[in-house]
Design a protein around this ligand. Structure first.
Ligand code: ADP
Ligand code: MG
Length: 392
């Protein structure tokens, strides 16, 4: 099957076409991403209203470019998937409404994809990673450790209590006068710096849960910077190195704890999977690979263009859901907040003795509609804020 995927939840406008073969393997036919970084750079973060307008201006063109590149007409696609949340609501509305229009006019099934679910399933598009696995999602808007047990079956083990890890990189860069987005610049500066010069805290390390907190680290860094201001180039490099090392240590500690929790509850994971823009950071990847090895598993990191927001991951998640008969109605509401625990699961298989060959219409959802109906609460998930994307 071929699915068109649309992503507009934050600061990338993206459209892609992905094929899912009958054996479950995936292939990207086209994957076009237009980053809005330049539109937001002057503000040091994503401005929601600017983002929504930029999505509205670019999306139609991007979809037609993707269709041309894949040499694929609307008649050849089997479904239209759009990220329906969580994210900045103006952008989500643009992408989901466009997908609904195509689905209605072309009489195709609509798949309203949870953006976090798309990040969670990307490793299966590139590597056909088997369930279950442990996901570390680290981007500008999200920091989550998730047990991925199947399509629609996610258990969040840990999340941030305040800033996302990418956001902490961005705020550090802003404080030190580096450009936006901050992650790559902080990493570059850190290579020239001495991490031992400044003593920064390792927030949450050693705790029995696997949650994160970065706001104290940010404040500690500001206080250290104020002590040595005005900053020389070497000061900036040393501060970046100290900050990055603190993040690496915290991530390592939290992931070790996440892997322990995973094994206690679900047995051995097939792999440790990274997703989100922060996975581009070499020090963080190095630490993750060591931890995976320690725990007798392997690290899977999708290529950078599939770690950051993109349309292929939405198309792929749409294809995985469509293959299970999970589609959505044209009345599906865009969601600024949408925890993974509220993503619809496939209906449980009927017992073999009573199972009748039920007609399977792709246009008929096999699970209750998402977005409206109350979903069962996730066991022990604390009410923390990382269910929606943030503006800058
Ligand atoms: P979002 O769109 O939710 O902000 P993305 O997946 O597009 O997230 O990733 C962007 C985030 O990743 C930014 O916060 C950026 O600073 C961070 N990032 C990118 N590259 C690196 C890197 N090399 N080191 C650390 N953080 C990085
Ligand atoms: Mg982004």
């Amino acid at each position: 099957m071929i699915v068109l995927g649309i992503e507009t939840t934050c600061d990338e406008t993206a459209a892609a076409l992905v094929e899912r073969k009958d054996n479950g393997r995936g292939r990207i036919l086209a994957n076009i991403v237009l980053s809005q970084i330049a539109d937001h750079a002057a503000f040091g973060g994503v401005v929601p209203e600017i983002a929504a307008r930029a999505h509205a201006e670019a999306l139609d063109l991007l979809i037609s470019r993707a269709m041309r590149e894949a040499d694929c007409g609307f008649d050849k696609i089997d479904g239209v998937a759009a990220a329906a949340g969580p994210g900045l609501i103006g952008g989500v509305i643009v992408g989901l409404t466009t997908a609904k229009a195509i689905a209605l006019v072309r009489d195709k099934p609509l798949i309203a994809v949870n953006h976090l679910e798309a990040h969670a399933l990307t490793a299966r598009l590139i590597d056909y990673v088997p369930f279950p696995y442990l996901l570390f999602l680290a981007s500008g808007g999200h920091t989550q450790i998730v047990a991925v047990r199947g399509v629609g079956d996610y258990v969040r083990l840990g999340t941030t209590l305040d800033d996302a890890v990418g956001e902490a990189f961005d705020k550090t860069a802003k404080l030190l006068g580096l450009g936006y987005p901050g992650g790559p610049q902080v990493e570059q500066e850190a290579r020239k710096g001495n991490a031992a010069r400044f003593a920064l805290p390792r927030p949450m390390a050693g705790r029995a849960d696997c949650d994160f907190s970065f706001s104290g680290l940010k404040t500690a860094l500001r206080l250290e910077a104020e002590k040595v201001a005005p900053l020389t180039d070497q000061d900036v490099a040393d501060l970046c190195a100290a900050f990055q090392q603190a993040v690496v240590d915290v991530v390592a500690d939290r992931l070790r704890q996440g892997l322990r929790m995973f094994r206690d509850r679900f047995g051995m994971p097939s792999s440790l999977v990274a997703a989100g823009g922060v996975a581009a950071n070499e020090s963080i990847r190095g630490a993750m690979s060591g931890i995976a090895f320690e725990h007798g598993t392997v690290l899977v990191v999708p290529p950078p263009e599939l770690c950051t927001d993109n349309g292929a991951m939405i198309a792929w998640a749409g294809a995985e859901r469509l293959a299970l008969g999970l589609t959505d109605g044209l009345d599906f509401s865009p969601r600024a907040r949408w925890p993974l625990s509220e993503v619809a699961k496939p209906a449980p298989a009927a017992p073999a003795a009573t199972a009748k060959p039920a007609p399977r219409s792709l246009a008929t959802p096999l699970a209750p509609p998402r977005g409206g109906a109350a979903a069962p609460a996730e066991a022990k998930s604390p009410p923390v804020p990382d269910d929606g994307a943030k503006g800058g």
